[in-house]
Design a protein. Structure first.
Length: 747
């Protein structure tokens, strides 16, 4: 009987182990299948598999995170993303192992994604809280991602002011009579006369490129042209020439994307051919648009040497009909993040594009820049809500106009699909029409009060030219307010600087609009270092390249390089470390061509933290210590804050007392130069040409020899260079107190 019972228990254990092994094998298979689909952009398919994994392990925070990440990328599921990511945030693992089916915790990135989900759903308070949480606990995260979280905090504040305001654009469904035949449409490109349109349609079986022609104001039924182009797979239209006879498309290969061209010949499109180098290369070229005369090409690429991951370039056709060497449009247009879908107006005066890095209201927004008299591009301006939204706003095609254009927007009846809309900017009119008690008054002078005793409709207002009344001497604030008198139910009519159109003005505060800064400006940018390290990583080198781009353009910029450390370690050591970090940055700038006379360096160690090393509750703050392991480069005399460098950002909860600013500090230390270290003593006569050699007998058994005493790092650095050239290549700077603190005796 006992033997039978043991056999039965053994059988149960065996079956349990077999089931567990089968479960683990199945979980692993589905997990990596879902990971591949997610990484390749098939978010709906990945989401279905991640949901299957949740049935096997319902509380797995890693799977909950991936479900939320998929929802963020699936139209119509952004609200559902909050549910998954909020649950996942309860299981964040600070030692997260990515791409492991055994990982059950969620990454720190969950807080950023949750903030993004709230942001997309216009829940701005919760968005900011989670962005700040991510920055607070994500000290080991990608510095660019941390910086981007700071940008999204600012974007949330901008969005709060404009979302819900009366729109300044109207949208019209272009192909409403074919809606049942067009499941979801994107990428509208048009000819200069507006009578030919080509766009992308997501049919149930595949994506197809279609073409429609307008005759007598009516669009024809779209026809598929993929067979004419000779293209299958991931291919989409990106622009059309002004005469409608040249089509630019992009084809995605496994590892990159190329720009291709097709020409209209005899009513049919030719087989698409790839543009040659130097436009196409081994990198990804994801968009191209042509000027009206066909001689200037604007395109996007992730090639090396850019400002960010995807930049806008321009190439000009030479006399032989060949495209010239592409030129980066520079930091005014391109940012450290992504720029997409450039389009030029018919008169070459306005460039429209989408950007992740300029002053957006969330994600990627639509911007435009006007060409200046000297041929440069002006500061980009946000196109405004609702062309720009809190989501990813890519591929606004102005249709060769200066604002009106074409755009793929969510279908009102089905937010998971898009329809092609014509976008028309609301034009204000000069006359103000005011109706009260069925009586229309069109003679309403600016400044007259409007009674609110009855329902009031103000059709629209227009800016009226006015002479300058008074100049304001600096300093001035960087914002203006439009204020309306609400006493006794009255509101002032404003004739200058008004919104485009107003209907039934609600009782609320007017929006504040930021004015461009009147230079000169001062910008603080941070260059990060690892713990107890003097070497520069990729993020630091990228920021230095941006600074060099500024120095090439603005010859009179002042540069103060200030090294900092966190509060771990000895104070004297931290002082030297901060000096060495600042010196490292300065030397690289000089090596790249910066004028050393324009640069001043300073080391403050832990004496002047830029952030709190501890949280308000007294616990250690990894983010605060990361922020203090920075070299702050102060750039003074800039004409604008839109300088292309990332401004240093510290979360509100970690701000030290007082703002960080250019000021004098009293922190200092005595320095010397260690020339040699040996296991046995050497005669001082060995150090030919060097006086004041000091020998230290150290507790670790080494004999260390130093030369000189210096009150400033610059003086020590100058002498160190002389020693290197005189046959002491291993010499380095050290604090004098280090020898006393290390159990040494001098003689």
């Amino acid at each position: 009987m006992r033997r039978t019972r043991w056999h039965f228990m053994f059988l149960l254990l065996f079956l349990s182990a077999a089931v567990s092994a089968q479960y683990t094998k199945e979980f692993k298979r589905i997990f990596f299948d879902a990971e591949y689909l997610y990484e390749t952009g098939f978010y709906e398919e990945a989401f279905n598999r991640y949901k299957n994994l949740l049935t096997l392990d319902p509380g797995n925070s890693n799977i909950l995170f991936h479900c939320g990440a998929c929802c963020l990328n699936i139209p119509g599921l952004q609200e559902e993303a909050i549910l998954y990511l909020k649950e996942a945030s309860n299981g964040v693992a600070f030692k997260y192992k990515a791409n492991s089916h055994k990982e059950s915790g969620a990454p720190v990135l969950t807080y950023f994604y949750l903030g993004r989900a709230y942001h997309l759903n216009n829940q701005f308070d919760d968005a900011v809280l989670n962005y700040e949480k991510y920055m607070e606990v994500g000290a080991d995260e990608d510095p660019m991602q941390l910086e981007y979280a700071g940008l999204q905090i600012a974007a949330s504040e901008r969005a709060r002011k404009v979302v819900g305001d009366p729109p300044s654009f109207e949208f019209y469904d272009v192909f409403d009579r074919f809606d049942e035949e067009l499941p979801s449409s994107n990428n509208p490109v048009v000819s200069g006369d507006g009578n030919t349109m080509i766009f992308l349609v997501d049919y149930p079986s595949d994506r197809k490129i279609v073409m429609s022609v307008k005759s007598d104001g009516v669009w024809s039924r779209p026809r598929v042209i993929n067979s004419e182009l000779g293209m299958v797979g991931e291919t989409y239209p990106v622009s059309m020439s002004y005469d409608g006879k040249v089509l630019y498309i992009v084809h995605h290969y496994y590892s990159h994307a190329d720009i291709l061209v097709s020409r209209l010949e005899g009513g049919r499109w030719s087989q698409a051919e790839a543009l040659e180098s130097p436009v196409n290369g081994r990198t990804s070229e994801t968009h191209a648009s042509i000027s009206r005369d066909g001689k200037t090409l604007y395109f996007t690429s992730d090639r090396r040497g850019g400002q960010g991951s995807f930049d806008i370039y321009v190439s000009r056709m030479d006399r032989d009909g060949e495209w010239g060497t592409p030129e980066n449009l520079g930091p005014v247009i391109n940012t450290p993040y992504e720029e997409h879908t450039p389009f030029i107006s018919a008169n070459d005066s306005i460039l429209f594009f989408s950007s992740q890095g300029h002053a957006s209201i969330g994600g990627i927004d639509v911007f435009f820049s006007e060409k200046q008299p000297d041929g440069s591009w002006g500061e980009p301006v946000n196109a405004g809500y609702p062309v720009s939204t809190t989501g990813e706003d890519i591929f606004f095609n102005p249709g060769w106009n200066e604002m009106d254009g074409y755009y793929a927007v969510r279908r009102p009846s089905d937010p998971t699909t898009n329809v092609i809309n014509m976008v028309i900017e609301l034009e204000p009119v000069e006359q103000v029409a005011y109706a009260e008690k069925e009586e229309l008054d069109t003679d309403l002078p600016a400044g007259d009060p409007v009674s609110r005793s009855a329902e009031t409709v103000v059709q629209s207002t227009e800016e009226v030219p006015a002479d300058l009344v008074e100049a304001i001497e600096p300093p001035v604030t960087d914002e203006i307010e439009e204020i309306m008198n609400r006493e006794q139910g009255e509101a002032d009519v404003i004739a200058e600087e008004t919104a485009g159109a107003v209907s039934e003005m609600p009782d609320r505060e007017m929006a504040e609009w930021s004015l461009p800064e009147i230079g000169p400006c001062t910008i603080y940018t941070g260059i990060p270092f690892d713990l107890n390290d003097r070497s520069l990583g990729t993020a630091a080198l990228v920021e230095i390249e941006k600074i060099m781009d500024l120095l090439d353009v603005h010859a009179d910029i002042g540069i103060l390089i200030t090294g900092h450390t966190d509060h771990t370690g000895q104070e004297e050591y931290n002082m030297l470390l901060s000096l060495q970090r600042a010196d490292r940055v300065a030397r690289i700038l000089v090596d790249k061509g910066a004028d050393p006379d324009r640069i001043e360096i300073r080391g403050l160690g832990e004496s002047a933290p830029v952030a709190r090393n501890r949280n308000p509750d007294g616990t250690d703050s990894p983010l605060g210590r990361y922020l203090n392991r920075q070299v702050i480069v102060t750039l003074t005399g800039l004409p604008s804050r839109e300088a292309g460098v990332a401004e240093f950002y510290v979360p509100t909860s970690l701000l030290p007392e007082g703002d960080y600013q250019v000021q004098e500090f009293t922190a200092s230390c005595r320095l010397t130069i260690q020339v040699m270290a040996t296991h046995s003593p050497v005669k001082k006569t060995r150090f030919r040409g060097l006086e004041s050699i000091q020998e230290y007998v150290c507790a670790d058994g080494y004999y260390r020899y130093t030369h000189g005493e210096y009150g400033s790092y610059q003086a020590a650095r100058k002498k160190l260079g002389e020693l290197h050239r005189s046959g002491y290549p291993d010499a380095f700077i050290q604090t004098l107190t280090w020898y006393g603190d290390s159990g040494t005796a001098s003689r």
